[in-house]
Design a protein around this ligand. Structure first.
Ligand code: GRF
Length: 210
């Protein structure tokens, strides 16, 4: 759980591997005042060439590379945890981070890791979720922001946003329309978590009774 003091800001650690459009949407929401009391403490990529790294530097944000290729997961995660802790990160946001987390990582940030997935979970976990949904022929698709636990794309759901799949959609147009919803969903999820007004009841993440 988040244990920071009431007046301190919520410090995000953004983990990514590539393009970084979700990261940029979060950064834009902070800049535009849609996430009061939230700041990006560090952006970390496990891929040195990730375009998002340059974008982070361009925004003047602390950015770090921790290359994972060829390294055992547990060993790499020790360095990731150290980097997040050295930047005093409260909440880890996976934003296109293409690497599974080790149990130690999840334990170090228990209930403090969010992920965004481009389907309405529990449908279509894993890779290429939009393509899976399109090929299956579902009529409603969308995205999910959820807490991360030890199982793939599985932890408690914070926010979901749905869209209708149109007869005219292609996998590419569906991808684009889901991505636009992702950008809204991640900000909404961080806002809920940072509000301190929500709690877990089993798998459910609900507004606390006042
Ligand atoms: C998004 O579709 C997200 O749902 C998935 O990876 C993709 C990352 O895109 N986990 P971006 O790097 O944020 O643009």
């Amino acid at each position: 759980m988040l244990t920071r003091s009431p007046n301190s800001s919520l410090r995000l650690g953004i983990l990514l591997s590539g393009r970084g459009s979700n990261f940029l949407a979060i950064a834009d929401s902070i800049r535009a005042g849609r996430l009061p009391g939230v700041e990006i403490a560090v952006v970390i990529s496990n891929v040195a060439e990730a375009p998002a790294l340059k974008a982070a530097q361009g925004l003047g944000l602390p950015a770090a590379v921790c290359v994972s290729k060829g390294r055992p997961r547990a060993e790499h995660d020790v360095d990731m945890i150290a980097c997040l802790q050295s930047h005093h990160v409260d909440l880890v946001c996976l934003a296109g981070y293409m690497r599974l987390l080790s149990p130690n990582f999840i334990a170090a940030f228990r209930n403090r890791i969010l992920n965004i997935h481009p389907s309405l979970l529990p449908a279509f976990p894993g890779l290429e979720a939009q393509e899976q949904a399109f090929a299956y022929g579902v009529k409603i698709a969308g995205c999910t922001v959820h807490f991360v636990d030890e199982e793939l794309d599985h932890g408690p759901i914070v926010v979901q946003r749905a869209i209708a799949i149109l007869d005219s959609d292609t996998p590419e147009s569906l991808n684009r329309r889901i991505l636009a919803e992702e950008h809204l969903a991640y900000t909404e999820a961080i806002r809920l978590v940072s509000s301190r007004e929500y709690e877990f009841r089993g798998r459910r993440y609900l507004k606390r009774d006042s």
